[in-house]
Design a protein around this ligand. Sequence first.
Ligand code: FO1
Length: 315
Amino acid sequence: MPVTALAGGVGAGKFLRGVARVIDPADLTVVVNTGDDMVLHGLHLSPDLDSVTYWLADVADRERGWGRRGETFRAMDELRRIGGQSWFALGDTDLATHLARTELLWQGIPLSAVTEQITRALQVSCRVIPMTDDRVETRIDAVDEAGGPLDLHFQEYWVARGARDEVKGVRYEGADRAVPAPGVIEAVTQADAVLICPSNPVASIAPILAVPAIADALRERDGGVSGVSPIVGGAPLGGMADRLMPSAGLEVTALGAASAYRGLCSGFVIDERDAALSSRIESDLRMRVAVTDTVMTDDAAAERVARTALELAAG
Ligand code: FO1
């Protein structure tokens, strides 16, 4: 049963561990957001690709969500002492991923092939593909405390400035011209089920859908697409989706998250706390709804959510 998932960072990582317990991981293809990639210290960072890879390889730091378990930050400490940029915390073993990726990209190897090498080295049995080998950058239009306009890279907004600025809009620069990475379109069209992970709809999934050929491929499917709400009881399970959803005209509820996928999802999984929203998602958005406990405290809980999403996609 080939299954394809559209994924962002931490929420996706947790959920995908559950999917890989329900189906044979060799049947799972994960298409990952690269809109929050950036170049820092001359290194190409792909935070969402790394989060998904580390979670699937079971080396992720479960408490922090991003980066690797048992990580040390000695290089960062030294960088700070020297006066280098230290606002984005790169762990010592995580740095090896960025060094290898950057070197291979400089050799002209596309990001998709680089990702294949990194995931193979970490013994990830699913296929992990960046949404595109082209450059796409999620930019945040915001205003600062003094009312001054800002045009920020997503990570500057999120990490450097702690999401404190008022967001006016989100742009996915380069997405309209981006070509899906090799294998993405086949994965979306030929899968028995496509799952939209419980990731931030604006920061993680929208950049993938902003690549025109990917959205078209998803729209052309005859059903079998289910999403999982990252919003539980009116707040994100993790991260700061609540800061970005209003700027995209989405209310911060499971209904708002579902409406980000209007016309794309045939089914949507929501949390028990949001059960009252089922009928509106079904009637307004024409999605079948499954209600379960979506809080993924461990792999067993993630497996339950994954099973629900897969059953919903199977109709
Ligand atoms: N998130 C933070 O809040 N602070 C950090 O210093 C930070 C460093 C970091 C390093 C590598 C990596 O793969 C992810 C990292 N993240 C960090 C997470 C990341 O900014 C976001 O969670 C994702 O980009 C959103 O999906």
